[in-house]
Design a protein around this ligand. Structure first.
Ligand SMILES: [Zn+2]
Length: 289
């Protein structure tokens, strides 16, 4: 089996239905290695990674898609990003004493999907929905029905080695959903999700949809990539304000900032922090003390 991280789109030749399958080994392992994620958080993070690749593939312009689960007590923040070249990064922040079920883990959280263009005229679109379903896959299906009003079905699975996902969607011209769609989803609901990460794509599709002619497109590579840079970290430091910069400088010199997404380390000598502080003060217009 091909273990390279990739996404493959497919269409049903005789139905107005399209889909994608994604399998992520290295991308997922690299992302998971950036922090010591507890076993209760890992499946959800892996599933969210697979889902974000599936959603990100639909970007029609240069930009990126961010999936966020936020505002809860247990999983405080989960962020996954994918750009139009299928380069991904992500992280999760969580509390202690985590519950077992997805519903409890995301209690009080909302699911937020943001699409941003990176072209000269930057644009941003965001949809927020409460997370109330029993799984991330169901929550995303619900999100799609609400925001895009297209019947969409997700299957997501993640273990230590691999994060995988399958997405099926009625094409926009057939919003109502054909009879075939309802039967298809009913069949899929009983399937063991781990199959999507184990079988070769063409074998999997013919096993799942034996009655249908399916055209499978070439695989598209997906990889882990963090676009952090010294400039971006400096921009973040500028947002801190003079007091926090002082505190930072008192605690360490040079100041070491570690990117939360990829663990890259950036060293800022004391003089540079002083210069940033001076700039912050100048822009603020008046001294704070
Ligand atoms: Zn980074």
């Amino acid at each position: 089996m091909d273990t390279a991280d990739s996404l493959r789109r497919f269409v049903f030749e005789k139905e107005e239905i399209r889909g994608s399958i994604v399998r992520l080994d290295k991308t997922w392992q690299q992302l998971a290695a950036a922090d010591n994620y507890p076993p209760k958080v890992r499946p959800m993070l892996g599933e969210a990674l697979a889902a974000t690749a599936l959603l990100g593939r639909n970007l029609k312009f240069d930009g990126n898609l961010t999936l966020q689960i936020q505002g809860g007590v247990h999983v405080r923040l989960l962020v996954l990003q994918c750009d139009n070249d299928l380069r991904m990064r992500g992280l999760a922040q969580f509390g202690d004493d985590l519950p077992d079920s997805f519903t409890e883990l995301v209690d009080g959280s909302s699911l937020c999907v943001t699409v941003e263009t990176t072209s000269h005229e930057s644009k941003r679109y965001q949809s927020i929905v409460p997370l109330s379903e029993v799984s991330l896959a169901e929550s995303l299906g619900h999100y799609y029905r609400q925001s895009v009003q297209l019947p969409t079905f997700f299957m997501l699975a993640a273990d230590e080695q691999r994060a995988a996902g399958l997405m099926l969607q009625v094409m926009p011209e057939r919003k109502g959903g054909s009879g075939r769609w309802k039967r298809l989803v009913a069949d899929l609901e009983g399937l063991d999700v781990s199959r999507i990460s184990q079988l070769d794509e063409s074998v999997l599709l013919s096993a799942m949809f034996p009655e249908d002619d399916i055209r499978l497109f070439n695989s598209e590579p997906v990889c882990f990539h963090c676009d952090c840079s010294e400039e971006r970290i400096e921009a973040m430091l500028q947002l801190l304000g003079a007091d926090e910069l002082d505190e930072l400088l008192n605690s360490q010199n040079p100041v070491e900032i570690c990117c939360e997404f990829c663990n890259a380390k950036y060293l800022f000598p004391g003089e540079r922090i002083q210069r940033i502080r001076a700039e912050v003060m100048a822009t603020a217009g008046k001294p704070l003390h």
